[in-house]
Each structure stands twice: as structure tokens, then as C-alpha cells.
Design a protein around this ligand. Structure first.
Ligand code: ZN
Length: 156
């Protein structure tokens, strides 16, 4: 049996700042074993009972990984079509035929722009306050589609 688990969550970083929350929205639903959420969080949720509230901190290494220096690039300013470039600006990088991925400007000098292609949550320990709101068997249709239907899932 493949299980569907739906949960509400508030995600905070290592400074206690809220990064994301499902409060006031639909819960997040996933199919167990399908790799749809962070593995450590999935394992934790699978051990909780219906309506149980709990909290877990997932180290960065088991979430979005460490920040990698090779994902930080120094690019000459003349490579940028626009003149006004500020810290925090985002650019889509990617060659012909390759999907673009966002890079964030982290520093600007007279000659170079520093672009960081790390995931914004790379290097951040993530704390999840969770409440399990549904546990049930996946339907045959969900199994065939490979995703959850209904609240917190896909609406066709
Ligand atoms: Zn579907």
C-alpha cells in the first residue's frame, strides 16, 4: 500500500525566521516513497500519528545541501546588457536549449558582478513545525498519476 500523508507546516531557518508556512492555505500532501519532499522530513512524518503536532530540524546537508563555492561566479560587468545591477537582482542563466535557473546577485564591483547559483536554502538548517491532518491509502488513480489528488494535491 502506498500512503498519502497531508500536513500543515511552518518552516523556519536557523535564525528562527519563517521561510514558508501552509497556515491559512491547503495542507501539503505527498505520496510516501515517491521522493516528493525532503527524505528526512518524510521519514519523520511517517512516524507521526494523525493530528499529531511535532517539530524537526533537518540539517542543511540533508535538505538542500551545503552552499558550494563552485556555484558562485564572478562575471565581468560588460556581459550584462543592463547597466543598473544591484545586490538581490535575479538573472536566468543557461545556454541554448538548457533550462534556465535563477542566479542571485550577491555583490557588485566596478568591474565584476558576483552571481550565486546556490539554492536559496542551501546551507540553511530547516526547522519544520508540522501537524499531520490526513493519512490514507493512495487511490489507484493517484498511483497511476504519481501524485496526490484533492486538498493539498493536484486538482484536475
Ligand atoms: Zn492526477
Amino acid at each position: 500500500m502506498t500512503e498519502v500523508i497531508a500536513f500543515h507546516y511552518t518552516l523556519t531557518d536557523d535564525k528562527g525566521q519563517t521561510i514558508d508556512s501552509s497556515a491559512g492555505l491547503e495542507p501539503l500532501a505527498f505520496m510516501a516513497g515517491a521522493g516528493q519532499i525532503i527524505p528526512g522530513l518524510e521519514k519523520f512524518l511517517a512516524g507521526l500519528k494523525l493530528n499529531e503536532k511535532n517539530k524537526i530540524t533537518i540539517p542543511a546537508a540533508e535538505a538542500y545541501g551545503p552552499r558550494q563555492m563552485e556555484n558562485i561566479h564572478q562575471v565581468p560587468r560588460e556581459k550584462f546588457p543592463k547597466k543598473d545591477i544591484a545586490v538581490g537582482d535575479q538573472f536566468e542563466a543557461g545556454g541554448a536549449g538548457a533550462p534556465g535557473f535563477p542566479m542571485t546577485v550577491t555583490a557588485v564591483s566596478e568591474t565584476h558582478v558576483t552571481l550565486d547559483a546556490n539554492h536559496p536554502l542551501a546551507g540553511v538548517d530547516l526547522t519544520f513545525d508540522v501537524e499531520v491532518v490526513e493519512r490514507r491509502a493512495a487511490t489507484e488513480e493517484e498511483m497511476a498519476h504519481g501524485h496526490v489528488h484533492g486538498a493539498g494535491g493536484h486538482h484536475h
